[in-house]
Design a protein around this ligand. Structure first.
Ligand SMILES: Cc1cc2nc3c(=O)[nH]c(=O)nc-3n(C[C@H](O)[C@H](O)[C@H](O)COP(=O)(O)OP(=O)(O)OC[C@H]3O[C@@H](n4cnc5c(N)ncnc54)[C@H](O)[C@@H]3O)c2cc1C
Length: 102
């Protein structure tokens, strides 16, 4: 369940509901938002701003020079916010287009 406004935590997950597991005990995770601090944590979300997009294009230009020898895929590679299903979809598309036919 998401709690975007009213609590300190933003989401609670009770994992046995994901798998429909029946058990008398349970595991619950609480997620808390925190500010990015270079010394303490990692920046998780792409921030679509002109400055960041320009930087992304510089990295992409370097990647393109590798001429298909290395594949970059996923959220950092495309600098886009993906959910898990999109991440997997992009990886499968790459595999179908480039790797499966080699
Ligand atoms: C707080 C949060 C909640 C989320 N909740 C959901 C959800 O409920 N449902 C959902 O579908 N999706 C959710 N997502 C999104 C999901 O986590 C991402 O879509 C998925 O993890 C993206 O996979 P990825 O492989 O592209 O990137 P990542 O999982 O970010 O993997 C990138 C990897 O590269 C590594 N790395 C970075 N830089 C370097 C480097 N220079 N050298 C070597 N390795 C490096 C990182 O350490 C990391 O392990 C959530 C994301 C966050 C942050």
């Amino acid at each position: 369940m998401n709690f975007p406004n009213t609590n300190d935590y933003t989401r609670v997950t009770e994992f046995k509901h994901l798998t429909a597991q029946k058990h008398h005990k349970t595991t619950i995770a609480f997620e808390y938002s925190e500010l990015y601090d270079k010394e303490k944590n990692e920046p998780y979300y792409p921030i679509p701003q002109e400055k960041n997009n320009e930087l992304y294009l510089k990295y992409k230009a370097e990647v393109d020079k590798l001429d298909g020898k290395v594949y970059f895929v996923g959220r950092l590679a495309d600098y886009k916010y993906y959910n898990m299903d999109q991440t997997i979809g992009v990886a499968l598309q790459l595999f179908e287009k480039k790797i499966a036919n080699q």
